[in-house]
Design a protein. Sequence first.
Length: 101
Amino acid sequence: MWIYLVKTWLVEIPLLFLFIRKRDTLLNILGLGLLISASTWPFLIYYWYTFGGNIFLLEGLVSLVESFWVRSLWKTSWVYSLLVGFTCNIVSFGLGWLGWI
């Protein structure tokens, strides 16, 4: 099951780097990207396997939380942080849903 978190990191951290590279160093983006995904992933997996439900709603909630993280850690605008959070999660979820990762 933890392999899915690793796959999420492999997709979301490079995307996060593309968005945030002018605001911070590669090492900080890597470390904070690991923290951001690792902090939201247990919530997503717990609710998905315990209660089932709408995976799209859960991914939306995770995207909002990750957007808050981006806003807090890099002092971006709310619009930019929402763009980063939703883009990273849409690409990650889409690639996983299609079975490409």
